[in-house]
Ligand binder design. Structure first.
Ligand SMILES: *Cc1c(COP(=O)(O)O)cnc(C)c1O
Length: 397
C-alpha cells in the first residue's frame, strides 16, 4: 500500500517549489507565491481522480472524518453507526463532536453489515460511517438503501481503499461525503494529510470554512474575511500538499502494481481448499492495498501468523489480537479513559459497550489474515512470497 515506498524526484520537485518561495501556508500571501498553490492544485487533481465536484484538503484522515460529520451537521448527542473493525480514528472523530459512536457488526466483506446497521437505528441516529477496510468495500447499494429509507447521512471512510471502485465509481464518491487519509502508510501520502470529497455544495462550503477557523475565504485579504460560523484549524500545509500532488499523479501507476500483485496472491492461495477469499460486493474492484483471506478457525489462524513471522513473511496480521483496529482491545473506549470530562450524554450512550458482544465480527476477524501489498516488491518476490505462504498454510490446515 504505502506510497512512501516510491518517494522520489517528482515529490522533491514539488516540495522544492514551495521551499523556493517560502510560502508554507495554503491560504493568502498571493504576491509571494510565484503562482504556486499546491493545496489548491491537489484538490483539483483529487476531484478528477475521485470523480467529485468538491474537495477539501485537511490535516489528517481523522480530521477528514470529523470535518465531514460536522459539515453534515452531526454533533452533540447524535448517534453515528460505525463498524467494530476499523481504526481508532473512527470513534475519535465522532466523539470529538460530542456525538455517540454506535458500533455494529461487520460481515464477510470485513466492513459494515447492512443488516446490523438497520437493526441499530434509533431516533437519535444521524449518520452511518462505512469504513472500507483493507482495500475493499462494503455493500454500498444496501447501505445507501438503508440510509435513504431512514434519512441518514452516509459518510465513506476510504482511507484504506484509495482507488478502489464500486460499480465503476471511486470509493468515497458514492456516499454523501467521502474521507481519505494521506498519512505516511496510505496508498498515496502527503506525510500527513487528508481530504473530504463531496458533490454537495453546502457540505463542501461548510468543510471549507470549518477546517479554517470559520474563514469564509472571500476576497484576498484574510484578515478582513468574515466568519459565518465557528470553526477549528484542520489545515494542511503547502509542503504536505506538494508531496501529495506528486503522489496523486502516480496513483494509477500504484494501483496497477497493487492489483497485479493482489491477483498473484489470490490465484495462488485460493488453490488451498481451506482458504476462503474475502467477499467483494458485486460490482466492486479492490485497490489491491491488501490481500485478505479467511482460514477455518482462530487457532489455525494464530498458528499460521506465527509461522509466517518465523519464516520471514512480514506485514501480515490477524486483527483479532490487534490493539488499534478491533473492538476487543479498545478498553480505553469501553472504560472511557478521557483526559477531560465527557458529557453525560456520551457516557450513557456508550454504556452498551461494557456488556455487548460482537459474535459475528469475532467470527470473521478471528479467522482473517490481512497482508499488506508493497509497491516496492518485484513480481518474482511476490511469486516467491505467495509460494511460501501456500506451503506454510498447507502444512497447518
Ligand atoms: C489511517 C486511517 C484513518 C486516519 O487517518 P490519519 O491520517 O492517520 O489520521 C482513518 N480511518 C482509517 C480506516 C484509516 O486507515
Amino acid at each position: 500500500m504505502p506510497g512512501f515506498e516510491l518517494f522520489g524526484d517528482l515529490e522533491r520537485k514539488e516540495v522544492n517549489d514551495v521551499l523556493d518561495n517560502g510560502v508554507l501556508m495554503r491560504y493568502g500571501f498571493d504576491g509571494m507565491r510565484k503562482g504556486h498553490w499546491k493545496a489548491k492544485e491537489l484538490e483539483t487533481e483529487l476531484g478528477k481522480a475521485f470523480n467529485s465536484k468538491h474537495v477539501q484538503l485537511v490535516s489528517s484522515g481523522t480530521a477528514a472524518v470529523s470535518v465531514a460529520l460536522a459539515s453534515a451537521g452531526v454533533g452533540a448527542g447524535d448517534e453515528v453507526i460505525m463498524p467494530t473493525f476499523t481504526f481508532v480514528a473512527s470513534f475519535e472523530a465522532i466523539m470529538m463532536l460530542g456525538a455517540i459512536p454506535v458500533l455494529v457488526d461487520i460481515d464477510d466483506t470485513l466492513t459494515l453489515d447492512p443488516k446490523a446497521v438497520e437493526a441499530a437505528i434509533t431516533d437519535k441516529t444521524k449518520a452511518v460511517m462505512v469504513v472500507h477496510m483493507c482495500g475493499s468495500m462494503a455493500n454500498l447499494n444496501e447501505l445507501q438503501k438503508v440510509c435513504n429509507t431512514n434519512g441518514l447521512v452516509l459518510v465513506e471512510d476510504a482511507c484504506q481503499a484509495i482507488g478502489a471502485t464500486y460499480n465503476g465509481k471511486p470509493l468515497g464518491s458514492i456516499g454523501d461525503l467521502g474521507c481519505f487519509s494521506f498519512d505516511f502508510v496510505k496508498t498515496i501520502t502527503c506525510g500527513e494529510g487528508g481530504a473530504v470529497i463531496t458533490n454537495n455544495k453546502d457540505f463542501y462550503v461548510n468543510a471549507d470554512h470549518y477546517s479554517d477557523h470559520g474563514h469564509d475565504h472571500i476576497g484576498s485579504d484574510r484578515g478582513a474575511e468574515t466568519h459565518p460560523f465557528l470553526g477549528y484549524n484542520f489545515r494542511i500545509s503547502e509542503l504536505h500538499a506538494a508531496v501529495g500532488l506528486a503522489q496523486v499523479r502516480r496513483l494509477s501507476e500504484f494501483l496497477e502494481i497493487q492489483r497485479k500483485y493482489l491477483t498473484i496472491f489470490q490465484d495462488k492461495l485460493s488453490q488451498i481448499p481451506e482458504v476462503t477469499l474475502r467477499t467483494v460486493p458485486e460490482g466492486g474492484e479492490e485497490s489491491g492495498a491488501f490481500f485478505n483471506f479467511f482460514l477455518p478457525d482462530l487457532e489455525t489462524t494464530r498458528k499460521v501468523i506465527q509461522a509466517f513471522k518465523e519464516n520471514g513473511i512480514d506485514a501480515c496480521w490477524n486483527y483479532y489480537d490487534n490493539n488499534w483496529h478491533y473492538i476487543r482491545k479498545w478498553d480505553h473506549l469501553k472504560d472511557l479513559k478521557s483526559l477531560f470530562p465527557i458529557t453525560q450524554e456520551v457516557k450513557d450512550g456508550l454504556k452498551y459497550l461494557k456488556t455487548k458482544s460482537f459474535k459475528q465480527s469475532d467470527h470473521f476477524i478471528g479467522r482473517n489474515i490481512s497482508c499488506l501489498i508493497k509497491l516496492s516488491w518485484t513480481q518474482e518476490e511476490v511469486e516467491e512470497r505467495a509460494k511460501k505462504m501456500t506451503e506454510i498454510i498447507s502444512q497447518m490446515v
